[in-house]
Write a protein of this length. Structure first.
Length: 548
């Protein structure tokens, strides 16, 4: 090993001769004696948007708290007197950090910070949206922002009545209304649909004051790509240490991250590259066993109506579900799960023997009771705990849930809870797996681990899966057919029949009015800038989803 990690060094290819010394000089902060260590920081540039990408547990949120001045760096000194600003500034002599810490120490940074876990906010803040926004506003733009972020119709609501996506947009509006010079957005896309993600990206671009500093931490690579001017990769050993890379151009930075090698650092950060190629050739699904079918369905819930065209789901198939929030995706999934009875039409499935495993959109830890992760997994399927078993390797270890076995479910973080809920749903023996938004709060690698686990599972068990997912890179990677939801959110939704991936994506993107191309090196989807040459050309050709 190189002496940085307390565990076996994962970087077999380290080739920088004097890395440990060099790196140790960049130690910014350490949580407690044997706690997590953070090396370097993603340093924003004036007037630019800096994107940050990296694994969960790599120190991204910690870095934002330090940039904002919420957490004073201790240079790794966890005992005795913490270092003063003079010492901190001296420590980083000759680096970009020195300059940044100097202006931070001089009190010249006024930060506005959108925190990662938006769900925490209603527990601490009470009141109506209009009152809260007006109180937060320092720039006289809260009404404009409310309109821009599509929350103007919610101003009379109490903050506790908001859905995840509404809460997210409210907090982004509140942060943008601050008169600051540093704007920090920690995972702004959680709970948002694609249209909202793009709207948020455009609103951030338009409303941050000129010459301010902006940092965005984001796991949706299409959104990060669309929003950022530069990208910093945070790498290391999750929970042990994290290192901020040098800033890269957006396309290069994301591609280096996916390929697992940082050229400026000469550092391998992953042994295998991530490629978003379509690995699923369209199978002859007609010959596969048919698990479930539905005639034309009408589902009514309060004032909302969902209409679904007839469709069916086959063995070995992953059906992706896309569409805006409030359009009936969850309602559709719950109808298939048997939780809601359709007003018209029926679900056609074999008598009795169809087993369904369902991961709901919002995972409430209370529903599991006061148990540990290990107990939860044992209940779902004892084989998850046998070392070397298929489920143990492909689900528990692949999703790194093995590290959480002793933890109580009620004490997990949002990302940990999501992984445990997904692992539990996949561990159950079933014919159909229904996963409603499995990637909220997961990082890029975890999203792909989940996607791979689902694909392997459907193939190995001859099962089928339905995945509701807003991350187009993930959807593109996992789905072999797509169900597109259109209509008027909150009032009525229409589900298409299951469409082949390219056709479904094309319809979906046409609805959104955006075009996508594939990055030739990594296969990842990239959103074309509005009105760019490619955007206009693809729209003219009707190829909203373009595969070269
Ligand atoms: P990321 O945002 O990249 O997921 P975080 O900055 O939240 O990472 O956390 C990095 C590591 O630091 C994690 O292992 C986390 O458990 C640990 N950590 C975060 N906050 C604290 C804290 N207040 N005290 C001790 N450890 C912490
Ligand atoms: P999506 O998953 O696409 O975001 P949902 O299926 O959760 O959408 O919701 C569709 C619409 O149905 C929303 O307007 C929602 O408020 C409404 N709705 C959902 N559940 C109920 C319910 N139990 N009673 C009344 N309306 C509901
Ligand atoms: Mg974080
Ligand atoms: Mg939903």
């Amino acid at each position: 090993g190189c002496g940085i990690c307390i565990k076996k060094c994962p970087f077999k290819a380290i080739s920088i001769v004097n890395l440990p010394d060099e790196l140790e000089r960049m130690l910014v902060h350490r949580y407690g004696v044997n706690g997590f260590k953070l090396y370097g920081l993603p340093i924003p540039r004036e007037g630019k948007i800096l994107g940050v990408i990296g694994k969960n547990g790599a120190g991204k949120s910690t870095a934002l708290r330090i940039l904002a001045g919420e957490l004073r760096p201790n240079l790794g000194r966890t005992e005795g007197q913490p270092p003063g600003w003079d010492e901190i500034i001296k420590q980083f002599r000759g680096t970009e950090l020195q300059n940044y810490f100097r202006i931070l120490a001089e009190g010249k940074i006024r930060a506005a910070h959108k925190i990662q876990y938006v769900d925490m906010v209603p527990r601490r803040v009470r009141g109506k949206l209009a009152t809260l926004l007006e109180k937060a506003d320092e720039r006289g733009i809260w009404k404009e922002l409310a309109k821009e972020l599509n929350i103007a119709h919610l101003l009379d609501r109490d903050i506790r009545q908001l859905s995840g996506g509404e809460l997210q947009r409210f907090l982004i509006a509140a942060v943008l209304s601050k008169d600051a010079n540093l704007y920090l957005f920690d995972e702004p896309s959680s709970y948002l649909d694609i249209r909202e993600r793009i709207r948020v990206a455009r609103t951030i671009r338009r409303y941050v004051p000129n010459n301010s500093y902006v940092v965005v931490v984001e796991h949706d690579i299409a959104m990060l790509d669309y929003l950022s001017d530069h990208v910093v990769v945070m790498y290391g050993e999750p929970g042990v240490y994290g290192i901020a890379s040098k800033p890269y151009g957006v396309r290069a930075g994301i591609n280096h991250f996916l390929k697992g090698y940082l050229p400026a650092e000469n550092m391998r950060i992953r042994s295998e590259p991530i490629r978003y190629t379509i690995s699923f050739t369209q199978q002859e699904l007609q010959e596969a066993r048919r698990y479930i079918g539905w005639g034309r369905l009408v589902v009514r819930l309060g004032g909302f109506t969902l209409e679904a065209e007839p469709g069916e789901l086959h063995e070995g198939e992953v059906l992706g579900v896309v569409g805006p929030n409030g359009i009936g995706k969850t309602t559709f999934v719950r109808t298939l799960a048997g939780e809601i009875k359709p007003a018209e039409g029926s679900i056609d499935k074999p008598e009795g023997q169809l087993r369904i495993s369902y991961k709901p959109q919002y995972v409430n830890p209370d529903t599991f009771g006061d148990i540990t992760v290990e107990q939860l997994l044992r209940e779902a399927n004892p084989s998850t705990l046998s070392p070397g078993s298929w489920l143990n390797v492909e689900i528990v270890r692949r999703l790194r849930v093995d590290r959480l076995l002793d933890r109580r479910v009620s004490e997990l973080s949002g990302g940990e809870l999501q992984k445990v809920a997904v692992a539990t749903a996949l561990a159950r023996e079933a014919d159909i797996y229904l996963l409603d938004e499995p990637s909220a709060y997961l990082d890029v690698e975890e999203r792909l681990s989940v996607a791979k686990a689902i694909r392997r599972l459907t193939e190995a068990r001859g099962a089928a899966a339905i995945i509701v997912e807003h991350d187009i890179a993930v959807q593109d990677y996992i789905a072999n057919r797509i169900l597109v939801f259109t209509g008027a959110p909150g009032s009525h939704g229409r589900a298409s029949k299951p469409l082949p991936l390219p056709e479904g994506m094309n319809l979906f993107l046409r609805e959104l009015g955006i075009t996508i191309r594939k990055d030739p090196e990594t296969g990842r989807p990239r959103i074309n800038k509005e009105d760019s040459f490619l955007d206009r050309m693809q729209k003219r050709l009707g190829k909203y989803y373009y595969i070269p």
